[in-house]
Design a protein around this ligand. Structure first.
Ligand SMILES: Cc1cc2nc3c(=O)[nH]c(=O)nc-3n(C[C@H](O)[C@H](O)[C@H](O)COP(=O)(O)OP(=O)(O)OC[C@H]3O[C@@H](n4cnc5c(N)ncnc54)[C@H](O)[C@@H]3O)c2cc1C
Length: 416
């Protein structure tokens, strides 16, 4: 089994597809090493195991809207694309989406996956309750009322249990418009950074860090939101655009201010377009919003070495949250995302240079993308890191849900 990008082959000795949560629980209880996989869109070995991989696609797939509670209960393995269609049929929506809808809800939430918008929390921000199978096989439901247990487990990087279901907050369906601006001068982008990234519900900047201007600004505005008057020296695109300059926009969601539903505007790529695999790699570093301009300058200083490895970089934002291992933990943030060419050795050789440049800004890596785990002072970056470590040791004393990457981050469990 390979991941979506095809840059890694998983090491599992066995793959199981339980048909009930009870069957899953007994597989988990019996296995010395086990991990769940979602839609395999991670680029690193966060989801790998040398034991059993469980896929949740044979479990009963539930998407049940509770209009009274303003929530939807969804099975962990369901993709956002499938979830969104059912939500829209019930006249409700979720607050935000990642760049593409094909990722599983549990896998996305466990790694802190996010869209953009200064006031929009990551996808984990919608979670009201979470159903887990613990290492012992015990089944638990944690809600916001469970405090620390809940805050530790929602963005749990797969270390605290297998997520079989989640309850997500929904809101009434809404409409949006999307427009793309081109050639935003870097000087203005840096001097008016916080105004620009706050100028619509969701804003993304696309750049390769070369030249005097940022290639594209994607603005996703709520239907009633006032249209942007000041374009900050950028020019409106005259036709739909793909984030990569030479690519056709046919697989992108509609632009040019054409009104549409939230689920057809929040992702950059259409749900009908299903890339089965991708010739790309990704990294992303999340840091306090106020450091955005200085961090972008630090990356621009690396442009000569960076640009040849890069398809494009996307700059997004997100609201602070309370989840212990969320990259957005207690910090309204800017996320610097890098879509790399499929040059793994060269990218991995360059990453420490980029990570060193971003270290002064307290950058936290995206858990599902490429980074250099040895280079981080996790306790300094995450105020509740040691508490998370203690929870992981308590709930999974034998390190059933661990792998080499998680051990290098969390330490080797005492009872292995
Ligand atoms: C083309 C592309 C676009 C992307 N866009 C974005 C984006 O816009 N924003 C962003 O933040 N990220 C983005 N990502 C990254 C992606 O969202 C994360 O890697 C996410 O974890 C993928 O979810 P998945 O279901 O594929 O997880 P997997 O890769 O299958 O697993 C990821 C982790 O979650 C764990 N996991 C999976 N399912 C469960 C479960 N049921 N219970 C417990 N643990 C589980 C795995 O063990 C592993 O540790 C993108 C990735 C790709 C390939």
């Amino acid at each position: 089994m390979k991941n979506w990008a095809g840059n890694l082959e998983y090491s599992s000795a066995d793959v199981r597809r339980p048909e009930s949560v009870e069957e899953l629980a007994s597989i988990v209880a019996a296995a010395p090493r086990i991990k769940a996989l979602g839609s395999r869109h991670s680029f690193n070995r966060v989801g790998d195991t040398d034991g059993v991989h469980v896929l949740l696609d044979a479990l009963p797939q539930q998407v049940e809207v509770d209009a009274g509670r303003g929530t939807v209960r969804v099975s962990g393995g369901v993709s956002y694309g499938a979830l969104c269609r059912t939500l829209e049929d019930s006249g409700v929506a979720i607050h935000n989406l990642a760049s593409l809808p094909h990722i599983s809800v549990a896998g996305a939430v466990q790694t802190g996956t996010h869209g953009s918008g200064v006031d929009n929390p990551s996808l984990a921000g919608a979670v009201e309750s979470i159903d887990l199978v613990r290492a012992s096989g015990e089944q638990v439901r944690l809600t916001r009322d469970d405090g620390d247990e809940f805050l530790a487990s929602v963005v749990g990087i797969g270390a605290l249990g297998i997520v079989t279901g989640l309850e997500l907050a929904v809101r009434p369906s809404f409409r949006m418009r999307q427009r793309v601006l081109e050639d935003l001068p870097w000087d203005t982008a840096l001097s008016d950074f916080s105004t620009i990234v706050s100028s619509a519900y969701s804003v993304s900047l696309f750049t390769d860090y070369t030249g005097n201007s940022i290639n594209q600004v994607w603005l996703k505005a709520l239907d009633g939101e006032a249209p942007l008057q000041n374009l900050f020296g950028a020019t409106p695109a005259l036709r739909p655009r793909h984030p990569l300059p030479d690519m056709s926009a046919e697989n992108c969601t509609a632009q040019m201010d054409e009104p549409g539903l939230w689920l057809d505007r929040l992702p950059h790529f259409r749900h009908e377009f299903t890339p089965s695999n991708g010739d790309e790699l990704q990294s992303e570093f999340i840091l306090p919003l106020e450091h955005g301009p200085a961090a972008l300058q630090a990356v621009r200083a690396l442009a000569a070495d960076l640009a040849p490895l890069l398809f494009v970089s996307e700059v997004r934002t997100g609201a602070a949250d309370e989840f212990w291992l969320s990259p957005f933990h207690r910090r309204q943030s800017v996320a610097l995302h890098f879509t790399w060419k499929p040059l793994q050795a060269e990218v991995e050789a360059f990453l420490p240079v980029l990570e060193e440049a971003l270290r002064p800004f307290g950058a936290r890596p995206h858990w599902g993308k490429l980074f250099t785990p040895d280079g981080y002072d996790w306790e300094a970056l995450y105020p509740r890191f040691n508490d998370f470590r203690a929870f992981a040791a308590g709930h999974d004393p034998q390190g059933k849900f661990r792998n080499a990457l998680l051990d290098s981050i969390l330490g080797v469990p005492a009872r292995r």
